[in-house]
Design a protein around this ligand. Structure first.
Ligand SMILES: Cc1cc2nc3c(=O)[nH]c(=O)nc-3n(C[C@H](O)[C@H](O)[C@H](O)COP(=O)(O)OP(=O)(O)OC[C@H]3O[C@@H](n4cnc5c(N)ncnc54)[C@H](O)[C@@H]3O)c2cc1C
Length: 397
């Protein structure tokens, strides 16, 4: 039997994505000892491209908690998006409608900032761990077993165990099936995503519904752009030439205004499957789920990373209240509180997805109905304001 060293702490966190690192950072600031265990290396997370849009509440969390202000100096403030259909763009002006903005700031930069803040403050974050296992979840001392990067085996003994291990993690599956409700739907399409070395085609994001399917024209910075087009979930990204990809993207944004995408070499391509998932409740004993570990949204509403940070805000305040005010009431309410925002965001992501995409099997009535919906949204100030409020993010309660 190999020797396992015991690490005693208050909060054990599985996963160093935005949820895990932000929670660790906030807890440390409140004097609450914690450890983060992450299976990937720092370098792998730093170079993995994922989310890009931060709600104003997420930006405030980063800037007001001393993570740093790089999001403001290196990110791009966007005051609106374009909805494009029938070849015509309609701007949703966030500032005019709700007085808020979002920031284009890639998730890997959020990671760099959070990881640097934890390193600066002496945080205990272990990367490249293996064999993570969680146990004794309903006991007063839940545990995490893991093997560190050097091969040594450890067991974390904590009061509170947080599953922030993303959609492919292990923690939610440790909740016995009879105590867990898996709410789940899959969509019959995916996003074919590219990164290209090219100047921006537009200052703000363009969400396009066309007869050929959906496309999103997004950005990364002045030199690298992110674009997606609706594809089949089993599309083989490598079988497409650059020319075919540009043709497909362009025909989805073509219109009488002659809008043309600025092209460049494509250096990354991925196919991203779409699913909506919510685990209820987001607590079992002393295990609390946060971020993608508890729920997944399709990326159309740009909600995933933001929801992860919103969970963390609620969970941090609950844990802080337990240790620093001696009350477990907020922890008891955590799952219900977090799920209110989760279901709002699920609805928004589902709505945007269905309004903007085209199902291959849908009949012409469905296409026309979706165009009617888009037209109703853009022609009504109330419709535009609903979209603007949800997209920029409901005020953190
Ligand atoms: C292509 C793409 C585009 C996206 N675009 C957007 C967008 O525009 N806006 C938006 O808000 N969201 C977007 N998202 C979603 C967003 O990336 C996620 O919602 C976000 O990463 C969730 O953060 P998290 O911390 O909960 O989970 P993650 O970032 O997934 O972090 C979980 C961490 O746990 C680790 N882990 C897993 N299992 C274990 C284990 N057994 N032991 C130890 N560690 C483990 C993982 O390695 C990972 O680092 C996008 C996602 C993708 C894939």
């Amino acid at each position: 039997m190999p020797h396992r060293s015991v690490i005693k702490t208050r909060v054990g966190i599985v996963g160093a994505g935005p949820a895990g690192l932000m929670l660790s950072h906030l807890l440390a600031g409140a004097g609450i000892e914690n450890i983060v265990l992450e299976k990937r290396s720092h370098e792998t997370i730093r170079t993995t491209h994922r989310a890009g849009i931060l709600e104003h509440g997420s930006v405030r969390m980063l800037t007001e908690s001393a993570v740093g202000g790089r999001v403001l100096t290196h990110g791009y403030r966007h005051d609106g998006i374009d909805l494009r259909f029938n070849g015509v763009s309609h701007r949703i002006d966030f500032q005019d409608l709700v007085g808020e903005s979002v920031w284009l700031y890639p998730q890997n930069e959020v990671f760099v900032d959070l990881a640097a803040a934890r390193a600066r403050d002496g945080g205990d974050v272990r990367y490249s761990v293996t064999d993570t296992e969680v146990l004794d979840l309903t006991s007063p001392v839940p545990k995490i077993r893991f093997t560190d990067a050097a091969g040594a085996e450890h067991e974390v003994h904590c009061d509170i165990l947080v599953g922030a291990d993303g959609s492919q993690g292990i923690t939610k599956w440790a909740i016995p099936a009879e105590h867990r409700k898996d709410n789940f739907i899959e969509y019959p399409f995916a996003w074919f995503g590219i990164l290209t070395e090219a100047p921006p085609s537009s200052d703000e994001l363009i969400y396009a519904n066309s007869e050929h399917g959906f496309a999103l024209i997004s950005q990364r910075n002045d030199h690298v752009q992110r674009m997606y087009f609706q594809s089949s979930p089993d599309e083989d990204a490598e079988s497409w030439s650059d020319e075919q990809i540009w043709h497909e993207l362009q025909r989805r944004v073509d219109g009488p205004d002659g809008f043309e995408l600025k092209r460049g070499p494509i250096f990354e391509r991925t196919v991203l499957k779409f699913r909506s998932y919510v685990c209820e409740p987001m607590r079992y004993g002393n295990l609390f789920l946060a971020g993608d570990a508890g729920h997944t949204v399709p990326p159309t509403g740009a909600k995933g990373l933001n929801l992860a940070l919103a969970d963390v805000k609620v969970l941090f305040e609950a844990i802080d209240s337990r240790y620093n005010a001696g009350s477990g009431a907020l922890l008891d309410a955590y799952s219900d509180t977090a799920l209110q925002r989760v279901w709002r965001a699920q609805n928004f992501s589902y709505w945007m997805t269905n309004m903007l995409h085209r199902r291959q099997d849908a009949n012409p009535f469905e296409h026309k109905r979706a165009l009617g919906e888009l037209s109703a949204v853009v022609s009504s100030r109330h419709g535009r304001a609903y979209l603007a409020e949800a997209y920029t993010g409901w005020t953190h309660g």
